[in-house]
Write a protein that binds this ligand. Structure first.
Ligand SMILES: Nc1nc2c(ncn2[C@@H]2O[C@H](COP(=O)(O)OP(=O)(O)OP(=O)(O)O)[C@@H](O)[C@H]2O)c(=O)[nH]1
Ligand SMILES: [Mg+2]
Length: 383
């Protein structure tokens, strides 16, 4: 189960952003699985005969009789082992930002890195205008916390919608996502493969919806429909400072209804398996998505503190202040509470579908009687 949701954590205060939670917290899904009912075929300790316990089995663990049979076995030590392993190897996490031109994607990439995620890794640069993004570009920062290393890569994409004809504007994005699956697959099928395959697969795609306050445009619906089939899509309402609080709430509900009506399954996907605790937590998140975000890459002095925000005539919109916008919720979902879940779904669902499709394609070609052996060789070398 993903870790506790930020709305309920005390560290979401107004004055400062939450600390980036330690990475082991994001592995709490495994922790829950450890504590859940055993799989069929497993021997449940609770089912052991009472007699053995009465014959003086060690009493070092309080609890049910069944536990006393073996005393303390120490299975939970696996958690420490997993933690140490993760600390040694580190891990990769990749985010992509997508949306119409000028919605603040590049600004958001900077906001993410300049906010508490990686404050050590950036030096504030003032009054710098962000140029229009003309090609896909990735920024990587290695973030270390309590000995755990995360290589965070954010891929910025050129905005679309400038052309009169926006047909197939999703092609370069979809191509990039599939290319990363392909790279992983090629490494995975090698006879002598690397112990740790470099992971450039997109774990989460943040889709920027223009703050029209009306409904989702056909272009946004079609783009998200295509993306949601191959990647975890997290929609956000861009430039939320341009909407009133009522407009934000209404627009959010309309987007949720539109997505449902068009059968677009965004993250966290309802149709994927969730245990009861997960479902309760994810239902709360589904209620909040799309997050209404504001981006900024300039710092300002507020009450003696340096705050990341947008200076307006009426005051400063603090991007890390949850009462000003929902950027902190987005960051917490991606980098803290659901990081492992996003990686798991990418590997087990999206990549798996790609892998099955690609291998089936290759087999079909190789087995076709017309093609013969030569084609089989070609297919293998093409993979
Ligand atoms: N009001 C408001 N303006 C924003 C926000 N985020 C970014 N901007 C401004 O919007 C303009 C465009 O921002 P960019 O970050 O370059 O937008 P983009 O989506 O990367 O644009 P392309 O690269 O053309 O796709 C800049 O002037 C930003 O300062 C926001 O949350 N609210
Ligand atoms: Mg840009």
């Amino acid at each position: 189960m993903p870790g506790s949701y930020p709305m309920e954590t005390p560290n979401m205060g107004m004055t400062g952003p939450p600390e980036v939670a330690s990475v082991p917290e994001v592995h709490s899904r495994e922790k829950t699985k450890e504590g859940s009912s055993p799989e069929p075929g497993w021997i449940s300790m609770e089912e052991q005969p009472l007699q053995a316990a009465q014959e003086g089995a060690p009493h070092d663990v309080p609890g049910k009789v069944g536990h006393e049979l073996f005393g303390y076995v120490g299975i939970e030590a696996v958690l420490d082992q997993m933690r140490i392993k993760t600390m040694k190897t580190g891990f990769e996490f990749n985010i992509m930002v997508v949306g119409q031109s000028g919605l603040g994607k590049s600004t958001m990439v900077n906001t993410l890195f300049k906010s508490k995620v990686s404050c050590k890794a950036t030096t504030p640069r003032h009054e710098e205008r962000i140029p229009k993004t003309v090609q896909l570009q990735s920024v990587t920062h290695v973030i270390e916390e309590k000995g755990v290393k995360m290589k965070l890569t954010v891929t910025d994409t050129p905005g679309f919608g400038d052309q009169i004809n926006n047909e197939n504007c999703w092609d370069p994005i979809i191509k990039y996502i599939n290319e990363q699956y392909e790279r992983y697959l090629r490494e995975e099928i090698l006879i002598s493969r690397k112990q740790k395959i470099p992971d450039t697969r997109v774990h989460s795609c943040v889709y920027f919806v223009p703050p029209t306050g009306h409904w989702l445009r056909p272009l946004d619906l079609e783009f998200m429909r295509r993306l949601s089939k191959i990647v975890n899509v997290v929609p956000v309402i861009a430039k939320a400072d341009t909407l009133t609080l009522e407009e934000r709430a209404e627009f959010k509900q309309r987007i949720q209804r539109d997505l449902k009506a068009h059968g677009i399954s965004i993250y966290p996907q309802e149709d994927f398996e969730e245990d009861p605790d997960e479902r309760i937590l994810n239902d709360k998140i589904r209620d909040k998505i799309p997050f209404a975000v504001v981006g900024a890459d300039q710092e300002h002095q507020v009450n003696g503190k340096r705050i990341l925000g947008r200076k307006t005539k009426w005051g400063i919109i603090e991007v890390e202040n949850p009462s000003h916008c929902e950027f902190p919720m987005l960051r917490d979902l991606l980098i803290r509470s659901h990081l492992q879940d996003l990686k798991d779904i990418t590997h087990n669902m999206h990549y798996e579908s790609y892998r099955v499709r690609r291998l089936n394609e290759s087999n079909r070609l190789a087995l076709s009687p017309v093609n013969g052996l030569q084609e089989k060789d070609e297919v293998e070398s093409n993979l």
